[in-house]
Ligand binder design. Structure first.
Ligand code: GN1
Ligand code: MG
Length: 370
């Protein structure tokens, strides 16, 4: 269905031609996305028109400055490596005022080229695909290893500061605006029983044992595009949270989502397990691309980081449930609670399997580094 608002937005970004079709793209929990096709001089071109969630990303200028400078940097790296920058990174369009975002109808918009002959997954179908995703995120890390980090803005403050996430939960429980806290006492206890875990990697960072790097920070499986012909992971997308961070966040969050044997919002907790095979596949891809760039302390924390990121995400879902679902998009009233319970079950599963996961990392590290 053609949507007039989207059409007007396209005009603000100087898109030429006749609109052929427009459909909404679902999957992300934060921004709202539409795929629009324009025909210009007999040729069809596809664009993604996205409304930026300014409740979450409060400074679109800083946000787009990060994204545009990182994608331009990546274009050069990809070209140097003999790749195709139009497929291997995103290309954003300037609006008529020269900025890479534009306010229309009091909403903040941006547009970028749709990469065709590519697909995303919401669920892993086989080990090879997850290994390819690991290589894709590892390459992303490698390409950005010399990026001048001081250029980057912190688009969401303390995004992966897990102790701060616990503090926020504590505040939400105290405020209890929806009167939901009493019904989730077990979940709250689960979180505060793990207060020590929450600060483990940040403490190592503070001691200088884990370096700050340029990281993606939201490495869900559906944030990487796969090529339809080769099935290789070609392009990392959803670049809003690129910031200085720890490599562990990218590794850990990818396992949180893709290493789960079910969806992050499956309410049947018996389905929630960590797949050791998938864990190994992703770790193989990731380490094959960037093991040599990581310090030994980082490598030693990789398996733990999967548990940490799963725990942190669960804390965020639980906090949002208590706050009345103001951050993540939800489809039904208990959605955030279901997600939180799912993540906490996955944490328990990872706690059982941590020795095995650590042994896999050690084995792969020896393979790729020694
Ligand atoms: C959000 O936008 P999306 O769906 O890729 C969130 C991530 C969470 C994820 C949980 C900016 O990611 O941090 O891990 O949901 N993004 C932001 O599925 O908060
Ligand atoms: Mg996102």
């Amino acid at each position: 269905m053609m949507n007039n608002e989207i059409l007007e937005v396209c005009r603000c970004f100087n898109i030429k031609g006749e609109a052929v079709s427009c459909e909404s793209v679902t999957g992300g929990h934060i921004n709202t996305t539409n795929l629009i096709v324009f025909n210009h001089n007999g040729e069809n071109k596809q664009y993604l028109v996205q409304e930026i969630n300014t409740h979450v990303f409060r400074n679109p200028d800083n946000l787009m400055s990060n994204i545009v400078s990182v994608t331009q940097y990546l274009r050069n790296k990809i070209a140097e490596a003999g790749g195709n920058p139009d497929r291997e990174t995103l290309t954003f369009l300037p609006a008529k005022d020269g900025n890479y975002y534009y306010y229309y109808n009091n909403k903040c918009w941006r547009i970028y080229n749709y990469v065709d002959k590519a697909y995303t997954f919401n669920f892993i179908e086989n080990n090879t695909c997850f290994e390819n995703a690991g290589r894709g995120f590892g390459m992303f890390q490698r390409h950005l290893s010399d990026y001048p980090m001081h250029n980057l803005h912190e688009t969401i403050k303390d995004f992966h500061n897990t102790p701060k996430r616990l503090e926020n939960l504590r505040k939400s429980v105290e405020a209890d605006v929806k009167g939901r806290a009493a019904s989730v006492e077990d979940e709250i206890r689960f979180v505060f029983d793990r207060t020590e875990d929450a600060k483990y990697v940040l403490d190592l960072h503070k001691k200088g044992l884990i370096p700050l790097r340029v990281t993606h920070n939201d490495t869900k499986l559906n944030n990487i595009l796969f090529d339809k012909d080769t099935n290789e992971a070609i392009c990392v997308i959803d670049l809003d949270t690129i910031m200085p961070g720890l490599s562990l966040y990218d590794f850990g969050d990818a396992i949180r989502f893709g290493g789960n044997t079910t969806f992050e919002d499956d309410d049947n907790l018996d389905n929630v397990k960590i797949s050791i095979e998938l864990f190994e596949s992703f770790a193989r891809g990731f380490l094959s691309a960037c093991a040599k760039a990581l310090t030994k302390t980082e490598v030693d924390c990789l398996a733990f980081s999967a548990k940490l990121m799963t725990f942190e995400c669960g804390v965020r879902f639980l906090t949002d449930y208590i706050d009345g679902d103001v951050y993540f998009k939800t489809k039904y009233p208990e959605h955030n609670l279901v997600r939180a319970r799912n993540q906490f079950r996955l944490v328990e599963e990872m706690e059982k399997h941590l020795p095995e996961m650590n042994a896999i990392i050690e084995k792969l590290y020896n393979e790729y580094v020694k």
